[in-house]
Design a protein around this ligand. Structure first.
Ligand code: AMP
Length: 582
């Protein structure tokens, strides 16, 4: 693929989306031709046919566990044509925050090219509205360890697969702006040291920074929260031109020391700006005066961080980055002026073959303000057959050996761009709090937490992060919501009201009914020590996850004993709701 100008990319996008139905058929044909010899396709007797009708009648829909044994063979070094027409030589490791453990997924050059296409498309639209000059970008990006599996296959996170690729670097050179930090910082072995140096390098080049980026909003908030704690150390480093002793990794020290010079003037300007800020409001434009916007995925499980991110961003616009997964990309944000809460993703019809499983609520289950999923599924429909306003689960067939793979994400069709749908991300499907007939999604949990959080406003407190658990150790079982607060000074009275408020905020009919007849016990709010979610993140990193892809798990199953241990040993207070009587 040759590198094209933004106008050419927009023209190509318009062309592809005008005829999305035909492009999808061509894409499926290409995928099936390339992989005609794959054992998986032959097992289902596809017999080299490449039309969508034969494909759908031969190949079943699948979830990860259905193909895990095939992937395991690849992990173990089987280089026969298991899933694809050419042996798979690299694997992506997903964040693992959905199911408690990371998943292996095949990665290949075609997935790399589709990532480039997605990124370049959203950039072209973004740059039309907010052009950026030739400067730098403050990027909080972190590579994770690359490991070779026992079978000799390279495995790392999808983001690391990208940042390590020279092809990706070349293709992104003109659009991502140069990262302020050297590669040694991105690929450093210790995330805390890398974060410190990202902030330091960002401050050294503060006048040149054009935008601030991290793949997910969580790591942006985490970065500026860290800045609140280390700003004086950063100022000292810049004043003296000597890197703090807390950075111990020799390669990082060497690389950062090359760009760090004593600069007392810059240090005192940063010092006075930080000192004069009111509760860190607007710190990003204050310290990076030429930044035009903040960029990263801000929808779905990232929404709870928006309030804090807006606080740090002041007047700067927040722009949500694209929608995809380690399984493959889905859509680009081509309406960059929409606030994150309204962002939609236009599906690129040539990067994979997409199907959508229609989901409908049974009659009588509609409840206002609830996104609870008591869905009835029907036959999957094609990309151009989806209907505006309806809700679907995304199914992907990609170039790297996934066929009719249920992504587990629920999306709503917000509209169409030419003939391709624009998706609004609703939530991940698997995450539900459920004891008997109740079912609450990640979104329901988020709404409940937001409702209760309003009660903290008067005490000037915030929920830093949260997760949940179904506790069946007593009978009846009950919901437990864990909160980490910005400070530990909330009054008992307010926290009890918060527990009541969350209990009442789950308006799913199954929950309300069960609470009334006490087949579900009183909701419990457990308050955690500061820093608990940092420990949870460190645990996922120790499993091989990358900070860049980290998403706080919103639901912890009983089998996730390590995370439960971390949460439970950090509980400082617990409050039971009395909303439905004691
Ligand atoms: P992973 O493969 O571990 O990076 O996780 C991929 C998952 O992240 C997807 O299946 C989605 O649930 C979520 N995700 C990715 N992009 C977005 C987005 N733009 N908005 C909301 N959720 C997203």
């Amino acid at each position: 693929m040759t590198i094209c100008s933004s106008d050419e990319i927009i023209d190509e996008f318009e062309l592809l989306t005008r005829d999305a139905g035909r492009v999808q058929q061509d894409t499926l044909r290409k995928i099936l031709e390339l992989n005609a010899d794959a054992e998986y396709l032959n097992r289902f007797n596809l017999e080299r046919r490449t039309d969508s009708k034969s494909f759908k009648s031969c190949i079943p829909l699948c979830v990860h566990s259905d193909i895990e044994s095939y992937i395991q063979r690849i992990v173990d070094g089987d280089n026969s044509l298991v899933l694809t027409g050419k042996p798979i030589t690299s694997l992506s490791v997903s964040s693992g925050t959905t199911q408690g453990k990371p998943k292996f997924l095949p990665f290949n050059d075609e997935l790399l090219e589709s990532t480039i296409q997605i990124f370049r498309t959203s950039y072209a639209f973004r740059n039309r509205k907010y052009p950026i000059g030739n400067g730098k970008a403050l990027q909080f990006v972190y590579g994770s360890k690359q490991v070779f599996t026992q079978g000799g296959i390279l495995a790392t996170t999808a983001t690391t697969n990208l940042y390590r690729s020279w092809r990706f670097k070349e293709a992104m050179k003109d659009i991502m702006s140069q990262c302020c930090s050297p590669d040694e910082v991105i690929f450093g072995p210790d995330f805390h040291q890398s974060l410190y140096c990202h902030l330091l390098c960002g401050l050294i080049y503060s006048d040149e920074v054009q935008f601030v980026f991290s793949p997910f909003a969580h790591s942006l908030v985490h970065a500026f929260h860290t800045l609140e704690e280390v700003w004086e150390d950063l100022c000292a480093d810049i004043r003296d031109g000597v890197l703090s002793k807390q950075v111990t990794t020799p390669s990082i020290r060497q690389a950062v020391s090359k760009i760090l010079r004593p600069n007392p003037e810059l240090a005192s300007s940063i010092y006075s700006k930080c000192h004069n800020l009111s509760n860190w409001y607007g710190v990003i434009p204050a310290l990076w005066p030429n930044a035009k916007y903040i960029y990263g995925i801000m929808t779905g499980s990232m929404e709870p961080y928006l309030k804090k991110l807006r606080h740090y961003a002041g007047h700067l616009p927040l722009m949500s980055a694209d929608y995809g997964a380690s399984e493959g990309w889905v859509g680009s944000n081509v309406n960059p002026t929409l606030p994150p809460e309204e962002v939609t993703y236009a599906v690129l019809p040539n990067i994979a073959y997409f199907e959508f499983i229609p989901l409908e609520k049974p009659k009588g289950e509609e409840m206002e303000n609830s996104s609870s999923i008591h869905y009835i599924e029907s036959e999957p429909v094609g990309l151009t057959e989806v209907q505006v306003g309806k809700i679907y689960e995304v199914v992907i067939t990609n170039f790297a050996g996934l066929y009719r793979y249920r992504l587990g994400d629920i999306v709503k069709i917000a509209g169409f761009h030419n003939s391709t749908p624009e998706l609004q991300f609703i939530c991940r499907r698997s995450l539900v709090l459920s004891i008997n007939i109740d079912k609450n999604t990640e979104k329901d949990l988020q709404l409940a937490v937001e409702e209760a959080e309003k009660l903290l406003a008067e005490e000037k407190l915030e929920v830093v992060d949260f997760t949940s658990l179904v506790d069946r150790s007593s009978d009846p079982g009950h919901y437990v919501i864990f909160w980490e607060l910005s400070s530990g000074n909330a009054s008992e009275e307010v926290l009890s009201s918060c527990a009541n408020s969350m209990d009442l905020a789950f308006v799913d009919a199954g929950y309300v009914g069960s609470r009334k007849i006490k087949t579900i016990g009183a909701l419990e709010l457990r308050v955690l020590r500061k820093g608990t979610f940092g420990q949870v993140m460190n645990h996922y990193l120790s499993l091989g996850g990358a900070v860049s892809q980290f998403k706080t798990p919103r639901f912890v199953s009983q089998s996730n004993s390590k995370v439960l241990q971390i949460l439970n040993r950090n509980v400082t207070q617990s409050y039971f709701s009395s909303a439905y009587g004691i």
